[in-house]
Design a protein around this ligand. Structure first.
Ligand code: MG
Length: 373
């Protein structure tokens, strides 16, 4: 397929509720949505990098520059398939701009699926048509607000909850949650906010029957994760700390964790995510797909991944209306009774982009091509 044009859009999607973690607060979500135009059709991709470093050091402005350069270099040329694209990346690009390359790769998967008439889920080897999904709740200003949100989520049909914790916002939240929802499948995410000095609190987390404890210590501090895992019954899960299949192998072999949160955006795309999942499977790790508050475009890609057999825990992928009053796809993702989402079955990402809504949320746009579309 020849690349005829590229459209880059910076979109600002209003969130239904602010999303707060140990690293900051988001009232809107910014993302770059890219469109690769070919004679056979268009491929859509989404880049989750933030406007400033936060979850990882990667920035939107770097992604925009990389896309500009890629558009100019590839215009008029044949596009590689996703595997060839991933293989062509040098290690600095993969490790330095994983969300950027994941966005471009997503558009290549979309194009590939559309050209052969297969859904992304089929291309990835996924067999599930529905995925049981979990709800991720940010940090709340008080316990009552958290309980209200959790109970609302359960009433809406979610069967697994994840809450954010941080030093001083942990045991009290869990005590309150377990009182009202003693049986709900529950996990916590600390976003790197603890240190070894917090051992007494972290060991108490074993009392709450948690599925896992995510990323208590800084990403690079595997030694402390290994040290803590040896003192806990609950599996530790790495998120920020894992970027490649080699990272996953080392972390699991060394005992730094027993579970992996696999986000295509963090590991450089779906091809890399599959590689990480194979390593996880071979070590018997608990695997699940994390979320980056993706719009319906990125969410479709993550949902296809989560439909693969390797992923045994529910992903952080909610219905569109959980986060956004208006999504950029028609129809939006809706939660089925029983807390599942349907995996898109149409070719490529399998969703229809609402271009009017997309235009409405666009705050910057650039087009690269020889003719106006
Ligand atoms: Mg996390």
């Amino acid at each position: 397929m020849r690349l005829d044009a590229v459209t880059l859009r910076l979109v600002r999607l209003p969130l239904r509720h602010p999303f707060v973690t140990a690293k900051g607060r988001q009232d809107t979500r910014q993302a770059i949505i890219l469109t690769l135009h070919t004679e056979e059709g268009v491929g859509w991709g989404e880049c989750s990098a933030g406007s400033v470093p936060g979850y990882t050091p990667e920035k939107q402005s770097d992604a925009w520059d990389w896309y500009t350069d890629a558009a100019q270099r590839h215009l008029g040329k044949q596009l590689p398939d996703p595997k060839a694209f991933f293989s062509s990346l040098d290690v600095h690009t993969h490790l330095g701009l994983p969300m950027t390359v994941a966005g471009w790769e997503m558009a290549l998967w979309d194009l590939q699926g559309k050209s052969v008439g297969k859904s992304l889920a089929e291309l990835l080897g996924a067999r599930r048509r529905r995925v049981s999904v979990g709800l991720a709740l940010g940090l709340f200003p008080d316990v009552k607000s958290l309980l209200d949100a959790a109970l609302q989520g359960v009433e809406n049909g979610y069967r697994r909850l994840k809450i954010k914790i941080a030093p001083g916002h942990d045991l009290e939240l869990l005590d309150a949650l377990r009182q009202v929802l003693p049986e709900i499948a529950l996990q916590v995410d600390a976003n790197e906010s603890y240190s070894r000095a917090d051992l007494p609190v972290l060991q108490r987390l074993d009392d709450y029957n948690l599925l896992l404890i995510e990323q208590p210590f800084p990403a690079e501090d595997w030694g402390s994760h290994r040290w803590l895992q040896a003192r806990l019954r609950t599996p530790l899960c790495l998120d920020e700390g894992i970027q490649t299949a080699q990272d996953a192998r080392k972390a699991l072999r060394s005992g730094a964790c027993r579970a992996l949160n696999i986000k295509p955006a963090r590991v450089g795309g779906l091809f890399s995510a599959l590689e990480v999942s194979r390593v996880g499977q071979s070590h018997g790790a608990l695997l699940w797909v994390g979320g980056m508050l993706e719009s319906g475009i990125g969410r479709a890609a993550s949902l296809a991944l989560a439909a693969c057999d390797a992923f045994t825990l529910p992903p952080d992928l909610s219905a569109s209306d959980r986060y956004y009053p208006q999504d950029v796809i028609i129809p939006p993702f809706r939660l089925n009774a029983g807390g599942t989402l349907d995996v898109p079955a149409a070719p490529g990402l399998g969703v229809v982009v609402d271009e009017k809504a997309l235009e409405h949320f666009t705050v910057r746009k650039e087009y690269f091509g020889r003719r106006r579309l």
